[in-house]
Design a binder for this molecule. Structure first.
Ligand code: THU
Length: 134
């Protein structure tokens, strides 16, 4: 299996536990860190809709918690036969914080597409980084 196959499989697995009683869109994300480790997330919805968190951002949170800071690519799966969406604007911005040129795969039960994050979010907002304290 290639890295991409593994990433796709893990994104599918993550979507199984999505909490999405409002949209019924089960989303799973698997992100490959520069270290070679993979982290996953699913969408977690909330009655107060604005508090919903996307699968991608939950995957990034898992990775950051483990000490990762750089990513090669992310695969985002939507458990649907027709609907397909690339990461939302908020997730693009969060991904670009760490790896603005990473590759983004998004796929459903029928098709798969791919784009660089640079193309999805040109001119992303960024501040100069100061050294992190440990
Ligand atoms: N969603 C994601 O998980 N990722 C995205 O990039 C876009 C949207 C989720 C949030 C919500 O649970 C559902 O899909 C519909 O917006």
């Amino acid at each position: 299996m290639t890295d991409k196959d593994i990433l796709f499989q893990k994104a599918r697995e993550a979507a199984k536990n999505a909490y999405c009683p409002y949209s019924h869109f089960k989303v799973g994300a698997a992100i490959l860190a520069a270290s070679g480790n993979i982290f996953t997330g699913c969408n977690v919805e909330n009655s107060s809709f604005g508090l919903t968190c996307c699968a991608e951002r939950n995957a990034v949170g898992e990775a950051i918690k483990a000490g990762e800071r750089s990513f090669k690519c992310i695969a985002v799966y939507l458990d649907h036969d027709e609907e397909l969406f690339p990461p939302c604007g908020a997730c693009r911005q969060v991904l670009s914080e760490f790896s603005p040129t990473m590759q983004v795969y998004f796929f459903n039960n029928t098709v798969s597409r791919s784009s660089s994050l640079e193309d999805l979010l040109p001119g992303h907002f960024r501040l100069e980084k100061k050294e992190e304290k440990h």
